[in-house]
Design a protein around this ligand. Structure first.
Ligand SMILES: Cc1cc2nc3c(=O)[nH]c(=O)nc-3n(C[C@H](O)[C@H](O)[C@H](O)COP(=O)(O)OP(=O)(O)OC[C@H]3O[C@@H](n4cnc5c(N)ncnc54)[C@H](O)[C@@H]3O)c2cc1C
Length: 409
């Protein structure tokens, strides 16, 4: 009988995590195939931040040059209160002394960089489109991935990289409750305009209750303009289903921002001039205490869907891919590899899910809002000192695994 360790690793889902895993396995000479439900890839979504922990993995895959071509290398995080007053700025990526840059990039561009590399290095036959996985069967030597309306494929292990709505997770946890909605809805858009602040600032302004925006550039254009990504989070009791293509409407969220015409950015103007607006609820799922079942394991959003705060949804999928590939290289037994991967990654990722709910980096602004009763301040030093503010971001960096020390290891 064939040794399953010589067979194919089946990756279900060709998103950020699945494509990174394929590239990482290919770089180590390990065979895999990708099965993607979509018939082709569209540049859906808006901006995504890729911090140095994720870029370290992508750099090892020789993708840094392409990321420089498409993305904007971020220079700083900048936090403002709702009056547009700066609370703190903090350098990021190479500007903070990391060995790797921080990129702000359109999710479609990041995905294209990964997809082009897969096609270039592994060939078009490495990815099967129109393959929507409905579940799997397994025995002690092989696993069979089942697909809607097309033949099944047998491999040595299945890696479920099928995202937030993972069918494989559903088959492993058939009684799992609906996604957790914490009462916050998001509207996201992109606007083409002249740069603001440094031209490479990841900016967070205000609080969910008083009005909150996160704004950063994701593409540079030859004429000096940029594509600026923006997102607002607002409390809402109801929400539309989570689909990255749901169209949003200005009148549903503009309320708190009508007077946010700051001397460093005119936010009503930014919103008014959006190319398009999408609406998306802030959803995640409660952490689960097992990802690996025999020859099947979960990764990325299928394993640990989290609120898109703090630049970690995509990054943690990339770190999963790196851990999986390292363990497949290290262990002859692929079952041992996926169990070791889970041991390395599950506790960390689950903690980020909970931290993103309660205390993401923008907690800095919540804290100042409370200390000032929402009023403008004369000098931030009179409200809180810089060390206390930096302690909040340091805590998050440690939990999310992107402190300078961790990334340098
Ligand atoms: C269309 C889209 C747009 C997004 N836009 C943004 C954004 O603008 N900003 C942001 O921060 N995050 C965005 N995200 C989420 C972000 O990409 C993920 O949170 C993160 O990258 C985790 O990666 P992942 O590989 O686990 O999941 P994803 O990148 O979501 O990839 C999952 C992949 O699995 C495929 N798939 C799903 N079900 C099946 C199935 N049954 N069989 C086979 N394949 C399946 C999907 O088509 C997708 O290609 C978007 C996700 C998607 C799918």
């Amino acid at each position: 009988m064939a040794d399953p360790s010589q067979q194919n690793i089946l990756i279900i889902g060709g998103g950020i995590g699945g494509l990174t895993l394929a590239l990482a396995l290919h770089a180590r000479g390990i065979k895999c195939s990708i099965f993607e439900a979509a018939s082709k890839f569209e540049p859906l979504g808006v901006g995504i931040n890729m911090l140095p922990h994720a870029i370290k993995v992508l750099s090892k895959l020789n993708l840094e040059t392409e990321l420089y071509r498409y993305g904007v290398e971020a220079q700083e995080f900048a936090y403002f209160n709702r009056h547009g007053q700066v609370i703190i700025t903090e350098p990021c990526g190479k500007f903070a002394g990391y060995d790797y840059p921080h990129f702000s990039i359109h999710r479609g561009d990041l995905h294209k960089v990964l997809y082009d590399a897969v096609i270039d290095r592994m060939g078009p036959n490495s990815i099967y489109f129109n393959h929507s996985c409905s579940g799997f069967t397994q025995n002690d030597r092989t696993v069979k991935a089942l697909f809607e309306n097309t033949e099944s494929h047998t491999g040595s292990v299945v890696i479920a990289a099928d995202g937030f709505h993972s069918n494989i997770r559903k088959s492993l946890y058939p009684h799992e409750s609906e996604p957790h909605y914490g009462g916050i809805n998001m509207w996201r858009g992109v606007t083409i305009q002249k740069p603001f602040l440094t031209g490479a600032s990841v900016t967070r302004i205000g609080t969910v209750d008083a009005g909150k925006m996160t704004i950063y550039p994701i593409r540079n254009f030859a004429d000096g303009t940029q594509m600026i990504n923006w997102v607002t989070e607002q409390p809402r009791s109801d929400f539309k289903k989570n689909d990255w293509a749901t169209v949003g409407h200005i009148e549903d969220f503009i309320g708190p921002f009508k007077k946010w015409n700051f001397d460093w950015l005119d936010i009503p103007d930014l919103i008014d001039n959006a190319e398009f607006i999408l609406e998306y609820p802030m959803l995640d799922r409660d952490p689960i205490d097992k990802w690996t079942f025999g020859r099947v394991t979960l990764m990325g959003d299928a394993a640990h869907p989290m609120y898109p705060r703090g630049g970690n949804g995509g990054a943690q999928a990339i770190l999963d891919a790196d851990s999986l590939a390292n363990n497949f290289e290290k262990y002859k037994s692929q079952v041992r590899a996926i169990n070791t991967y889970e041991n390395e990654r599950r506790t960390i990722a689950n903690k980020i899910v909970l931290t993103n709910r309660q205390q993401p980096p923008d907690y800095i602004i919540e804290k100042v809002e409370t200390l000032t009763n929402g009023l403008p301040f004369d000098k931030i030093e009179d409200v809180i000192n810089r060390e206390e503010l930096l302690a909040i971001t340091e805590r998050y960096k440690n939990i999310a695994q992107y402190s300078i020390e961790k990334v340098s290891n």
